[in-house]
Design a protein around this ligand. Structure first.
Ligand code: BGC
Length: 507
């Protein structure tokens, strides 16, 4: 296959197998398979100029979300008015409802009295979410959460330390799109990431949780609901003043940043709460800010610009919410493994991989979502010349007996899919930076793709540089590993909210 000049823009981020010498290749692919791979490579590759086109649309959708309610990218207002000063103190109970676990933490913030570099201490428990809960009823979900909070509170003796007169403040990281009229209020707009629990969409999750906590007579009070992106941004800003964006590149994908309130046209400029907050924070008039949870996983739900393959279309059609989260379905961890699986199944059905002469058991491969995105990372991490690790993974996880050509194919495919994901992930951040005029700083990133994929950060940085046309040696905007957003970040936001309440009470 010939590469266009454009595709060569950044060879490092382009599929590196094209640069590997014949000797380093595991095996030559049969012509038919090689042709197939070339076709896939073309379909999945997003050139530098295409990235720029995507970013143009992205900027427009971000702006529309700031201007009016109910736009495709909702740009949710969070009532977090500032980044932390680093002095915030207090003890908060935090809950994080993730895709696989419920994490409960007791976080103590030490503020500027930190001993050495430790600005917080944390005790935590993690509880696996039963699969059935994710597609069950609201009541079962909140019963589960409240029960685990009760276990935690009692096992740590917090029921002795706190009372109904002096309850322990609770912060809740709820990482789904929610409309917040206040910080302790969050109406779920739609479930994402494969969740489909009945009776929650359109309802206030804070109120549903509160009811279940109250029924157990626990000495706790829910004071804030936050998104994981906002948590990542705030937790990182607590120790890193150069933080500009909090991004999650994990099971789902999304980002948050501090917007000037004047740019949030859908917000009432005379809202007393903004004036109060800015007075409290000592912000100069006209410089008031608000953390925006973009929810940009929904970008391009109208399918105007993102190049979708038939595999992406299949994922969407078979998902619980077809037509939603288009961008997320192309780039986030929940889906990358599934895209990989769908391509393999397609090749298998056409007799191009895993030959039946090898007594294949393809049951696992045929099972939807049987391939975790971690497998793609592990395959790309495999540096052994004979790719033994990849062979073992395919056999252990999928009970397959791969030929050398199958292994080579899997390695290239893992790369093609992950490269596209990382390049797309850069688009959301580029669009925010261009709209906000941000030219330098740290994107505090969390999530399994950002932190576990061996090449994500490098590919993401290359793509961002292509869009923003960086020429220098040093990248002005860099990705950093976010501090614990759903624990520490949520606690800091809780502490800021308690301070604000104190201020409102004190007049
Ligand atoms: C959710 C966001 C979240 C992101 C990362 C998306 O599916 O809608 O609220 O921030 O996943 O967890």
């Amino acid at each position: 296959m010939t590469m266009s000049a454009e595709q060569r823009i950044n060879e490092e981020s382009y599929t590196s197998w094209r640069q590997r010498s014949e000797l380093e290749k595991m095996a030559d692919l049969p012509q038919e398979l090689d042709d197939e791979l070339t076709k896939l490579d073309k379909e999945f590759w997003i050139s530098g100029s295409k990235l720029k086109d995507i970013v143009k649309y992205f900027r427009k959708e971000l702006e529309e979300g700031l201007s009016k309610d109910k736009q495709n990218i909702p740009m949710n207002i969070t009532w977090v008015h500032s980044l932390p000063s680093g002095k915030e103190k207090g003890t908060i109970l935090t809950l994080d409802l993730g895709g696989t676990n419920l994490r409960v933490c007791k976080v103590t913030l030490h503020g500027d009295e930190a001993a050495g570099t430790r600005k917080h201490t944390l005790e935590q428990e993690q509880y696996t979410l039963p699969q059935s809960l994710k597609t069950g009823e609201a009541d079962s979900l909140w019963t589960f959460v409240a029960e685990k909070v009760e276990d935690f509170v009692k096992s740590k003796g917090l029921d002795q330390e706190y009372s109904s007169d002096k309850p322990m403040p609770v912060g809740f990281t709820f990482s789904y799109p929610a409309t917040q009229g206040r910080i302790d209020h969050a109406i779920l707009q739609t479930w994402t990431k494969g969740f489909d629990i009945k009776g929650v969409e359109g309802e206030d999750v804070a109120q549903q949780l509160r009811k279940h906590l109250e029924a157990r007579e626990l000495p706790v009070e829910l004071i804030c609901v936050i998104n994981d992106t906002v948590g990542a941004m705030v937790a990182s800003a607590y120790t890193d003043p150069e933080t500009i964006i909090g991004g999650i590149f994990g099971t789902g994908c999304n980002a948050a940043y501090m917007a000037h309130t004047s740019a949030i046209k859908k917000l009432d400029a005379n809202d007393q709460r903004i004036t109060d907050a800015s007075r409290h924070n000592g912000t100069a008039a006209g410089d008031e800010k608000m953390a925006i949870n973009c929810e940009y996983g929904a970008f391009d739900n109208a399918h105007r610009i993102l190049p979708r393959t038939k595999f992406d279309e299949q994922i969407d059609t078979e998902s619980p919410r077809p037509g939603e989260q288009t961008f997320e379905k192309l780039s986030a961890g929940l889906y990358l493994g599934e895209i990989f699986r769908l391509v393999l199944v397609d090749l298998l059905d056409r007799g191009l991989v895993f030959p039946s002469s090898q007594t294949q058991n393809t049951t696992a491969l045929k099972q939807p979502y049987s391939i975790d995105t971690g497998l793609l990372s592990q395959i790309e991490d495999d540096e052994s010349p004979s790719l033994t690790q990849t062979r073992n993974l395919l056999s252990d996880i999928l009970s397959l007996q791969p030929t050398d050509a199958d292994i080579e194919l899997c390695r290239r495919l893992a790369e093609i899919i992950a490269v596209r994901g990382a390049r797309l992930c850069a688009c959301g951040v580029a669009a925010i930076c261009l709209n906000e005029g941000i030219q330098a700083g740290h994107v505090a990133a969390d999530g399994s793709v950002a932190n576990k994929h061996p090449k994500f950060k490098k590919r993401w940085a290359s793509a961002l540089g292509e869009v923003l046309e960086w020429r220098g040696e040093v990248d002005p905007i860099t990705i950093t590993s976010a501090e614990d957003g759903s624990g520490v970040g949520c606690a800091i936001i809780g502490a800021m909210e308690l301070e604000r309440r104190g201020m409102v009470r004190d007049g």
